[in-house]
Design a protein around this ligand. Structure first.
Ligand code: FAD
Ligand code: NAI
Length: 479
């Protein structure tokens, strides 16, 4: 006998579990199926984000930053330390505990919202009236196969790391994000292919703990997705931290030997090079998870890049089948997946939600952090938009000086004619938190003058956000 639900969500990552909760809040009967398994076989809901992404990476970034601060900056505060050391297995165990707490938190939320959770792998079987029949093959401690029927299906199956053809992942020497987050000792020589978000965050963790880190990036420009001034400042600061970054690289071969690994590549000038590493992290983007869904059999259409094809409302080509998060177009970010999950649930309830990709914030949790929302200067120039920019360094901020971190700057971009905010770009302390002022400004259609006229608490880092808005009008007060 099939269990019947109004909504079945496939995948309990940030897209799926949030969609399930919102649908339950709106009065639907909801099931969520996820194939995540902990080492002990118990369910590990939370997807990539909770298990091998956002949360564990931030745990390691925090631990390694504490270590680095103690090593390099405590003495400035008059704090003396003898025999500073790092216990990497303990750091990894702390991370594992945080992940497990988050898994358990999601299971608690399912229970609280009366969502039926199935530990297993879901696949489409066929139509069932206006809805769908799905089968769930058990994984982990669950030994029961199930058949479910759903009036609506939300596919939130996420993404997996893209492998380098020359070096398949073995998570011994060639590491994906999971392997990079699970090292129990600091490698002496760490190579990273791809100087994107994962490469920079993971490279930073292991560099702070003493690894020699070399990043090999295919594109000629470093961090081309960020505003060019931010990318330039980041390149300078990361170099000072000891991260070696080569751009314009083409990998030509990888020899995975018994003791070490040799990467052959051509550099930006086309010259052949070879680098030898103890471990290699490959972080060259991610691919959507559609295998095993039986998508072909039911005719679920994919786009040319293998993502599930959806319209602006996350509707697929099949009636009553929706798809959200990393498995569909758009930035691969947890908060984007969550917003889409909420929007689909609300649409099922007859509401008219809207997710605005223009106001999705981006954050790179390096030190200093990098964060932005809206357009970059190079995008505005390319689009022929006339704009004004206001930029102020954290050096001019009293709180930043007290913190001992005056690196970086804040830059607002606003339309030259209307003063409407078009973008906010930050590299500096707590950029991840500060960027939300730009998101709010853009959501409310604010002008840069609005920001400049808002009273900001003193002394806070947010004063630099205000000061940059004043600078845009040529009237900065503290710079
Ligand atoms: P996922 O989180 O991937 O969840 C999908 C779930 O569905 C998984 O549990 C998967 O196993 C399951 N599944 C797949 N197929 C089936 C099936 N057939 N049946 C049942 N279950 C299935 N984003 C941020 O916003 N901030 C960050 O700081 C950040 N850091 C990151 C760090 C790393 C190292 C990585 C790899 C990613 C990071 N991301 C970050 C990206 C973020 O993790 C993803 O954007 C987010 O997890 C996508 O959510 P999702 O719900 O679409 O998919
Ligand atoms: P990414 O897209 O950020 O970076 C991949 C990098 O690899 C790019 O710079 C690309 O040019 C380069 N590259 C591609 N092929 C290459 C090759 N063959 N050789 C050398 N370089 C190559 O992807 P990444 O870092 O793998 O992360 C995946 C996703 O996870 C991202 O979309 C990101 O949004 C998300 N993520 C988000 C985080 C955050 O929000 N802080 C943290 C980590 C990941």
């Amino acid at each position: 006998m099939a269990s019947a639900f109004d909504v079945v969500v496939i995948g309990a990552g940030p897209g799926g579990y949030i969609a399930a909760i919102r649908a339950a809040q709106l009065g639907f009967t909801v099931a969520c199926v996820d194939d995540g398994v902990r080492a002990d076989g118990k369910p590990a809901p939370g997807g990539t984000c909770t298990n091998v992404g956002c949360i564990p990476s931030k745990a390691l970034l925090q631990s390694s930053e504490h270590f680095d601060t103690a090593r390099a900056h405590f003495s400035e505060h008059g704090i003396g330390l003898k025999d500073l050391s790092i216990d990497v297995p303990k750091m990894i165990a702390r991370k594992a505990k945080i992940v497990q707490q988050t898994n358990e938190g999601i299971l608690y939320l399912f229970k609280k919202n009366k969502i039926t959770f199935f530990q297993g792998r879901a696949a489409f079987e066929g139509k069932e009236g206006n809805g769908w029949r799905l089968n769930v093959s058990p994984v982990g401690v669950n030994k029961n196969a199930e058949t479910l029927t759903a009036a609506h299906v939300i596919v939130a199956t996420g993404s997996s790391p893209r492998a380098l053809p020359e070096a398949p992942f073995d998570n011994k020497r060639v590491l994906d994000n999971e392997g990079a987050l699970a090292l129990t000792e600091t490698p002496k020589r760490l190579g990273v292919v791809g100087a994107g978000v994962i490469g920079l965050e993971m490279g930073s963790v292991w560099r702070r703990l003493g690894a020699e880190v070399t990043l090999l990036e295919a594109l000629p420009e470093f961090l081309g997705v960020a505003d060019a001034a931010v990318a330039k400042e980041a390149a300078k600061l990361f170099k000072a931290q000891g991260l070696v970054i080569h751009t314009g690289v083409k990998i030509t071969g990888v020899k995975n030997g018994a003791k070490e690994l040799a990467v052959e590549y051509t550099d930006a000038t086309g010259a052949a090079q070879k680098a030898v590493f103890d471990k290699l992290i490959v972080s060259i983007g991610r691919v959507p998870n559609t295998r095993g869904l039986n998508a072909e059999a039911v005719g679920l259409a994919l786009d040319e890049r293998g993502f599930i094809a959806v319209d602006d409302h996350c509707r697929t080509n099949l009636p009553n089948v929706w798809a959200i998060g990393d498995v569909v177009r758009g930035p691969m970010l947890a908060h984007k997946a969550e917003e889409e999950g909420v929007a689909v649930a609300e649409r099922l309830a007859g509401q008219k939600p809207h997710v605005d990709f223009n106001t999705v914030p981006f954050v790179i949790y390096t030190s200093p952090e990098i964060a932005w929302v809206g357009k970059t200067e190079q995008q505005l120039k390319a689009a022929g938009v006339s704009y004004r920019a206001g930029s102020v360094p954290f050096m001019a901020n009293g709180r930043a000086r007290a913190l001992g971190d005056t690196r970086g700057f804040v830059k607002w971009l606003a339309d030259a004619a209307t003063d409407r905010v078009l973008g906010l770009h930050i590299i500096g302390p707590m950029a991840s938190e500060l960027v939300m002022e730009g998101v709010t400004a853009m959501e409310f259609g604010a002008a840069s003058e609005d920001i400049a006229r808002i009273c900001h608490a003193h002394p806070t880092l947010t004063e630099t956000v205000k000061e940059a808005a004043l600078a845009l009008d040529g009237r900065a007060l503290n710079f």
